[in-house]
Write a protein that binds this ligand. Structure first.
Ligand SMILES: C=C1C[C@]23C[C@@]1(O)CC[C@H]2[C@@]12CC[C@H](O)[C@@](C)(C(=O)O1)[C@H]2[C@@H]3C(=O)O
Ligand SMILES: O=C(O)CCC(=O)C(=O)O
Ligand SMILES: [Fe+2]
Length: 344
């Protein structure tokens, strides 16, 4: 078995480009077509008029800033990210690191959030757990709408084929709060960027969260107004995503790439910590239950487009994810060989 590790290219180029913008207030059939197109072309899009109120987002953001504003020993009381808890610089268990601190929480257990909030927000644990639970519920609703419109746009008759996985009581979704500290004055590279910008050893590049794909079904990300997120177009070309605190950035994860037989793409992205201000992002990773069998609906398998991936469970996939580095490709390992007889 050969592992495709994506080594960074020596010369990187930044290309200015806007992501597709999906307006939830537009006609549903138009919205679902646009979502499908964006998921095929970029695996990323922004959603505006998503219906998550400013209050819900503000309350969550207040809790984030309060948590990350604490001293390190206080933050460590949340427990080490194993995989839920607080982490700083170290990412995962296999030697990855970046200029980021974060808090990961599991989402399908309000009691565990309440228990955790006793150490995360001891001054007012109820306020913290309420803000988190209300936020997660609202974001999951957006994710379900997106997943249902994806199925509609793909012509899959069972329109809940994707969304039912994340509403299952045993879903394994998680919430990750990321805080990228601001640049220190002596890190400043001063000259204004011109596009395409050649990044080399002389203009310092601070990776916040290194390049990777998200393993789950779908990610819904909200960030403050500070830039940092970039998506890869391959061959060392990176597209910075302009920050919009009123929008939600949605991206396809590995499981959805498998479930759409490769029609939707789980795109490599990263977050830079090059700003003079702190970037704060809140990512809701929509994941299936452990026992869920990941296969694509039969309508997405045709003679011209035979099955690309073998069936697997989320438990099996997650085990592989955590055994590898951030930038390793994992879905490759689940590809059917062309001479495989069983194309399930
Ligand atoms: C290095 C790692 C961190 C990660 C688990 C992994 O072994 C490989 C994937 C990483 C990632 C990326 C998306 C999400 O932020 C995350 C929570 C996930 O599900 O996969 C992280 C994992 C992590 O930080 O624990
Ligand atoms: O902070 C960001 O903008 C991206 C974070 C991310 O990609 C992740 O947490 O998986
Ligand atoms: Fe990500």
């Amino acid at each position: 078995m050969v592992l495709a590790s994506r080594a960074p290219s020596s010369t990187e180029k930044i290309r200015d480009m806007e992501l597709p913008i999906i307006n939830f207030l537009d006609k549903r059939s138009d919205v679902s077509k646009l979502i499908v197109k964006a998921s095929e072309d970029f695996g990323f899009f922004k959603v505006i008029n998503h219906g998550v109120s400013e209050d819900i987002i503000r309350n969550m953001e207040v809790e984030c800033f309060e948590f990350f504003g604490k001293t390190v020993p206080e933050k460590q009381r949340a427990g080490l990210a194993n995989p839920y808890g607080y982490g700083s610089k170290n990412i995962g268990f296999n030697g990855d690191s970046g200029e980021v601190e974060y808090l990961i929480m599991d989402t399908n257990n309000p009691l565990s959030i309440f228990q955790r909030s006793q150490t995360i927000a001891s001054a007012d644990p109820t306020r913290f757990s309420c803000a988190v639970n209300v936020y997660m519920e609202a974001i999951r609703k957006v994710a379900c709408e997106v997943l249902e419109m994806m199925a509609e746009g793909l012509g899959v008759p069972d329109t809940s084929v994707f969304s039912s996985l994340i509403t299952d009581l045993d879903n394994d979704s998680l919430l990750r709060l990321n805080h990228y500290p601001p640049l220190l004055p002596n890190h400043d590279t001063s000259s204004a960027p011109s596009f395409p910008l050649q990044i080399n050893a002389t203009n310092s590049k601070r990776i916040g969260f290194g390049e990777h794909t998200d393993p789950q079904i779908l990610t819904v990300l909200r960030s403050n107004g500070v830039a940092g997120l970039q998506i890869s177009l391959g061959d060392g070309v990176w597209v910075p995503i302009s920050p919009d605190p009123t929008a939600l950035c949605v991206n396809v994860g590995d499981v959805l790439q498998a479930m759409t037989n490769g029609r939707f793409v789980s795109v490599i992205h990263r977050a830079m910590a090059n700003s003079k201000q702190a970037r704060m992002s809140m990512a809701y990773f929509c994941a299936p239950p452990f026992h869920a069998n990941i296969t694509c609906p039969k309508e997405l398998v045709t003679l011209e487009r035979p099955n690309i991936y073998r069936a697997f469970t989320w438990a099996e996939y997650k085990k592989v994810v955590y055994s590898l580095r951030l930038g390793d490709s994992r879905l490759e390992l689940f590809k059917l060989q062309s001479d495989d007889e069983t194309r399930d």
